[in-house]
Structures are given as C-alpha cells and as structure tokens.
Design a protein around this ligand. Structure first.
Ligand code: PXP
Length: 239
C-alpha cells in the first residue's frame, strides 16, 4: 500500500500572509497525523517565504511519523539539517523567484555537488531523496550520487490538459519509476497531485509514497469554511 506524506507549507503561507502566529503548521501536522498521514513534509526555502527554522525545530520534536525536510543543497541548509536531523532530506532545486519548485534537480549535470550533499547527510545518518524529473538518466544519476530514494516530479503530468500530453507524461513517470525500482532505489512521487490526478496511480506499485500539499490545504480551507463561518456567525449574533 502506498504511503501519503502531507506537506504543510501552505498552512505557513497563510500565516505569513498576515505575519500572525496562526495558523501554525505544527498544529496542522498533528491533525494530519491523526487523520492518517504517514509523514509530514516541509520545505525550508532560502527566502523563508513560508516555513521557518522554528517550524522545523518544533516539528522535529512533535512529529510522530516521519519528518521529511525539503531543501536546496546549500551549505547553510546542510548545516541546518545536520543540526535538526530530519528522518529524510529531499534535495530540490531552488530559485528565489519561482512560485513553487518548477523542475527536478539536474543530477546528471550536478552529480559531483549532489553526491557531496548526499554524503554529508548520509554520514549523519540521514537518508536522502532526490527530487528529479521522470527521466531514467536522472534516476540513474541519482543512484550514482548515492541517493536512497528519488521523488519523481509529477507536475508535468498533473498540469497536462491535452490527452496525448497527459498520456506521454504518465508513461514517462511509469518508465522512470520502474527504472528506480530496478536499480534498487525507493521511489516517491509528488508535485501538483490533486484529488483527481491521484486516481491515475491506481495499481502503480513502483511508487511507494506520494508527497501532497497544495491540494490538501486548499481542500481543507473549503471543507472547513462552513464550520468556521458558523462559529463566527454565532459569536456575532451573540453580541
Ligand atoms: N514534492 C516536492 C519536492 C515539492 O517541492 C512540493 C511542493 O513543495 C511537493 C512535493 C508538493 O507539491 P504540491 O504542494 O503541489 O502538492
């Protein structure tokens, strides 16, 4: 049975929109675990636009399942990971101006740097996952760089509207997932997966874990809206 890793970054996005101390991604992580999440994921971005060091440190103490830290392979982030010791680090490419992580890590081109980051993390006992495009060459380079897992970028598949493009993107995911399993890597997948696109992965046994954030937080805002308004309406009417 595949596992669900819940990314709570966008709870922090809401908090940062007003620079308040709520909603707290730590509280969201507790609820996500109570609801069946198999892991909690946070991305500590270079610009700290949502998740902060404080969140990761508290989550390290409170997460009962596994804490997965997504980060760029910079010296600053490596130092932070060695201090906090998440259960897994997922290395992602990062450009400050992007809306979200737009492409996978180019492990083929940057194999030496990636291998150095993997070794640094592994030597502290932290398993490493590389977020890569669904390309067998990137999967093979990930193994060569010492990774324990790959996370296949599902963005192209999830964003494709035309049936042909969608089919081709799905085939690429299947091929890359098979390659990963064949060479002994753990295979995860994520980015842009929603309540419809997840259904396409029925029976794809090669993918062990799905990392999903934006659609869950978006759904939570809507399914929680009625309860939230009823509560405030009752308070207003009680005045
Ligand atoms: N996996 C990685 C590597 C990501 O960077 C993200 C986005 O932070 C996700 C998964 C989750 O994507 P989404 O929020 O679209 O579900």
């Amino acid at each position: 049975m595949p596992r669900l890793a819940v990314n709570v970054d966008h709870i922090a996005t809401l908090r940062e929109a007003r620079k308040t101390n709520y909603p707290d991604p730590v509280a969201a992580a507790v609820i996500a675990e109570l609801a069946g999440a198999d892991a909690i994921v946070v991305h500590l971005r270079e610009d700290r636009r949502h998740i902060k060091e404080r969140d990761v440190r508290i989550l390290r103490d409170t997460v009962q399942t596994r804490l997965i830290l997504e980060m760029g392979a910079t010296d600053e982030m490596l130092e932070f990971a060695l201090e906090v010791l998440p259960d897994v680090v997922t290395l992602v490419p990062e450009r400050r101006e992007e809306l979200t992580t737009e492409g996978g890590l180019d492990v083929v081109t940057h194999q030496k740097n990636v291998a150095h980051a993997v070794e640094t993390l592994n030597s502290a006992g932290i398993p490493v996952c590389l977020f890569v495009d669904p390309d067998p060459r990137q999967v093979e380079a990930s193994l060569a760089a010492g990774a324990d897992f790959v996370e296949l970028h599902t963005g192209l598949f999830c964003d494709a509207n035309a049936p042909d493009a969608r089919k081709a993107a799905f085939e690429a995911l299947l091929t890359a997932a098979r390659k990963g399993r064949e060479i002994g890597l753990g295979v995860h997948a994520g980015h842009g997966i929603c309540y419809r696109s997840i259904l396409a992965f029925k029976g794809v046994s090669e993918i062990e874990e799905f990392s999903i954030g934006h659609s869950i937080v978006s759904h939570a805002a809507l399914v929680g809206m009625e309860k939230a308004v009823r509560r405030m309406a009752a308070l207003v009417r009680s005045l």
